[in-house]
Design a protein around this ligand. Structure first.
Ligand code: FE
Ligand code: FE
Length: 167
């Protein structure tokens, strides 16, 4: 059976499904991370980003609409793996001083995955002449990058708290 040759349009649609699935998983995971975090600042960072993530799902739905497709996810093994590792940190470090440092690092792994996906999708939207889609993807990309930076800053505090001997 001959398969249809696939073009960038198909890749764009497939990757949109991947990140749509990923965002929905992240939406379910962030409250668990907020609950597990000891630092009030880290808890707040997770709560704030959960709210932003709702917006990411909505923007993706708009991008699906722009390309005339129904919003639908496709299992993303990468995000499931990253989330699974985050869960392991919560289990293995519960009540340990290094818990928050581990949570911040797990959250940054999620952000970096998203930054990679949104960067790619934006570049493809530009190539495909999808100006409105590109703008929506750039807005989310900027929020993911901002979250990553604030987690780096917060990380310094939680890393210090996790260290046995202060320098
Ligand atoms: Fe996101
Ligand atoms: Fe994010």
């Amino acid at each position: 059976m001959a398969t249809e040759p696939k073009a960038l349009e198909d890749l764009f649609h497939d990757t949109l499904k991947d990140v749509y699935y990923a965002e929905k998983q992240i939406l379910k995971t962030l409250p668990k991370m907020a609950k597990a975090a000891k630092s009030p600042e880290l808890k707040k960072a997770f709560d704030t980003h959960r709210e932003e993530t709702e917006g990411h799902v909505e923007r993706l739905a708009e991008v699906f609409e722009i390309i005339g497709k129904a919003p639908r996810g496709k299992t993303c093994d990468a995000i499931l793996g990253i989330i699974e590792e985050g869960k392991a940190v919560i289990e293995e470090y519960s009540d340990s001083p290094a818990l928050d440092a581990g949570l911040a690092a797990s959250a940054q792994a999620v952000e970096h995955y998203e930054i990679s996906r949104y960067g790619t999708l934006k570049a493809w939207a530009d190539q495909l002449g999808l100006k409105d889609a590109s703008k929506l993807l750039a807005e989310t990309l900027a929020e993911e990058e901002r979250t990553d930076k604030s987690l780096s800053a917060l990380g310094k505090t939680v890393n210090a708290a996790a260290t046995k001997k202060a320098a």
